[in-house]
Design a protein around this ligand. Sequence first.
Ligand SMILES: Nc1ncnc2c1ncn2[C@@H]1O[C@H](COP(=O)(O)OP(=O)(O)OP(=O)(O)O)[C@@H](O)[C@H]1O
Length: 256
Amino acid sequence: MTEPVIQFKNVQKRFGKNTIIPDLSFTINRGEFVTILGSSGSGKTTTLKMVNGLWKANAGEILISGHKISSLDLVKLRRHIGYVVQQIGLFPHMTIAENIAVVSKMLHWDQEKIEQRVTELLNLVQLDPQKYAKRYPNQLSGGQQQRIGVARALAVNPSFVLFDEPFGALDALTRIELQKEIKRIHESLADKTFMFVTHDINEALFLGQRVMVMHEGRLEQFATPEEIVTRPATPFVRKLLGTVQQNQNLWGRSHD
Ligand SMILES: Nc1ncnc2c1ncn2[C@@H]1O[C@H](COP(=O)(O)OP(=O)(O)OP(=O)(O)O)[C@@H](O)[C@H]1O
């Protein structure tokens, strides 16, 4: 059964005199993994920030689990929303375990429950708790730090997790490894809704059960990867798909 959990209805977003998003409508269902793909400046991050209330829409309506976002307590809302970004901002003076437990501590979970949860999360992101819990962030590789970012975002069991280019700074092999991990994690957690922003078309098509393609604040297509590839809805989507072919051609030529 599909259950709408994130709905945008004719949402408009302006910064000063600039209209960044003129009129955006879409629905995301519980448990979906949606990727947002688009050119730079197309409004992907702005869209994510409207989901967790960091930005307010200038017009239209945003509904979270059926409630108007304007009627929700934003502090409570954000506890139900994990956020993973490229510069994950782990606290350098805190151990990995302490970094993961920041929000649980704020919510006054007891120590035993916190320790159990940290162990569970380190196992989930495939970092041995014995080995990593007491380390500091600068003792981890970039890929391992991103795994901690994912663990921290999941710490208090949020219903939604927003990812903003989390793997953008990683080398290609680590990136592929983490893409597989995040897909596995989504499959292993029932009913978690993931929204994942990326510039990388392969990443978007691999991860998304549906892919939202944005251009200049507009939704060009919102469909399954298969549909996007076989039936691109607009010239922009077609051009985007063409870049994959162009890269393959470049690669082919350099190996002639
Ligand atoms: N706080 C702000 N004040 C003014 N303009 C902003 C602000 N934040 C974003 N913008 C503008 O809104 C537009 C959309 O930005 P946004 O960050 O959502 O794009 P994006 O698709 O995530 O881009 P990128 O992939 O480059 O991160 C850009 O033109 C940007 O300059």
